[in-house]
Structure formats: C-alpha cells, structure tokens
Design a protein around this ligand. Structure first.
Ligand code: NDP
Length: 244
C-alpha cells in the first residue's frame, strides 16, 4: 500500500507538525482543516516547495458527510489512505456544573465522533489491502482526569477506549490502531488556559519544560513506521514525565 496519510486538524499546532514530519518521511499527506484555509495552504505550499506530495482539504470532522467527502477527495487526489491521524480537537475549561448540554455534545462531536467517522471512512480500503494504521491523539487528561476539564477529559478517555477496542478488532486484518497522549504542548490550544499558569506547568513537568508539537509528531511518526509493526492498541504518553 502506498504511504498516504490523512491528518485532521493539520492547519496549525500539533497536526501541522505531524503533517510536516510525515511529509519529510516520504508520506503523501492531506492537510485537514476546519476554517483556517490560509494556514493550511501556506503549509502545503511550503511542503510542496520541498518536493513533498501534499494536498489540503476542508472538513468539519463533527459532520459525517464532510468527513466522508474529505476521504473520497484524498482517495481521488493522492490515493487510498494508509495512515489516518485523528488529531483535530477542541478544548476548554469550565466548572462541571456550568457545562451546558450544547458544550458537552460539541466536545464529543468533534473529539470523538470525528475520530469515529474518519476511521470508519478509511477502513474499506485498509481492510481490502489487509494493511493500514490509525493514530488517535488523546491527552494525559484522558488518562488521569483534570479538574474543570471534565468534558474534554471524558472525550480523551473515550479515544483511548476506541483505540484499544478497535485495535483488538482490526489486528487480524493487520491494521494497527494506537494512541498518543500528549502532555502540555505549546500551541494555540494553551490560549484556553490562564497564561500565568504556563510557567507553573513547565515547573510541574519533571523534564522542566512544556512539550513542542514536534515532540508529538516524532511519536506519531514512530507509531506509523514499520519499526512499530508489532505495536497496536497502545497509548504512548508523551509528556516529559508529567503524570508519573
Ligand atoms: P490547536 O487548537 O492548535 O489546533 C486545532 C486543530 O484542529 C486546527 O487545525 C483546527 O482547524 C482543527 N479543528 C478544530 N475543530 C475542528 C473540527 N470541528 N473539524 C476539523 N478540524 C478541526 O490544537 P493542538 O494542536 O494543541 O491540538 C491538537 C490535538 O492534540 C487535539 O486533539 C488536542 O486535544 C490534543 N492535545 C493537545 C494538547 C496541548 O497541550 N496542546 C495536550 C494534549 C492533547 P482550524 O485551524 O481550521 O481551526
């Protein structure tokens, strides 16, 4: 199967770094995004300028028909997806008792339904080829839980359950499903937090710094590589020791 990757939420932050790392490792890459077309296209132009095979595609991952359309477009433009990285996600903080039904469902529709729709859409080709790889981006908050981030943490724990169960179901078909659980990573997502908290979070990290998108990209690229051929259903925590 050709090395063709679809990375959701790749216009910026962690997804951008993942798309870049994969492209540099010889994958043809679709840069998924929701609204920031300018950023997605700028990245695509940079990578194409380096000789990489890339495309961009807009889709709100919480909408099944948009996700299915995106997968069809990738298949028509680059070829069948052999690596799916479910990275698109939203975060936010509030007290549990202030969580509205709408906000709760929004978290689940982007962070969990998105991964469900995209995984189901890429599977027919993977099953046909008896080969493929899915990497879900969870969070340490899905492993440990976090005050004021109940909805977010619940979605990220759901992704871990999805990863393990789907891995068990697809292993006989030689399709691997793994998960990366990032710690605190410097991206726009941290704008959701009080900025005075960032030095504290770095200090709380045994390795003494916040993570970079490139730290996570390296973990994803490893799980997607043939070096990880016998690894499935795993959660690779990438957090500088934060939850040790
Ligand atoms: P950013 O907020 O920097 O970027 C989010 C990306 O997701 C953007 O590309 C955005 O597209 C896309 N996106 C958001 N909503 C949708 C949607 N409905 N449909 C399609 N795309 C969407 O986030 P990060 O890079 O920090 O996070 C990436 C992933 O890593 C997330 O799943 C997050 O939960 C996880 N993570 C992040 C941590 C961190 O500390 N940063 C820690 C642990 C996990 P657009 O630019 O078009 O809006």
């Amino acid at each position: 199967m050709e090395k063709i990757a679809l990375v959701t939420g790749a216009s910026r932050g962690i997804g951008r770094a993942i798309a870049t790392e994969l492209a540099h490792r010889g994958w043809a890459v679709c840069i998924g995004y929701r609204v920031r077309q300018d950023k997605a296209e700028k990245l695509a132009a940079e990578l194409a300028g380096e000789g990489c095979r890339v495309m961009t595609c807009q889709a709100d991952v919480s909408r099944r028909e948009e996700v299915e359309r995106m997968v069809r477009r990738v298949e028509q433009t680059l070829g069948p997806v052999s690596l799916l990285v479910n990275n698109a996600g939203i975060a936010g903080q509030c007290l549990f008792q202030d969580l509205t039904d709408e906000r709760w469902h929004e978290f689940f529709s982007v962070n969990v339904d998105g991964a469900f729709y995209a995984s189901r859409a890429v599977l027919p080709h993977m099953l046909h080829e008896h080969e493929g790889c899915i990497v879900n981006i969870s969070s340490i908050w899905g492993q440990r839980g976090a005050s004021c981030e109940v909805a977010y943490s619940a979605t990220k724990a759901a992704l871990i359950g999805l990863t393990r169960s789907l891995a068990a179901e697809l292993a006989p078909s030689h399709i691997r499903v793994n998960c990366v659980a990032p710690g605190v990573i410097r991206t726009d997502m941290l704008n959701e937090l009080p900025q005075s908290l960032l030095p504290q979070l770095a200090e709380q990290t045994p390795m003494g710094r916040l993570g970079t998108p490139e730290d996570i990209a390296a973990a994803v690229a490893f799980l997607a590589s043939s070096e990880a051929d016998f690894i499935t259903g795993q959660v690779l925590t990438c957090d500088g020791g934060f939850i040790l």
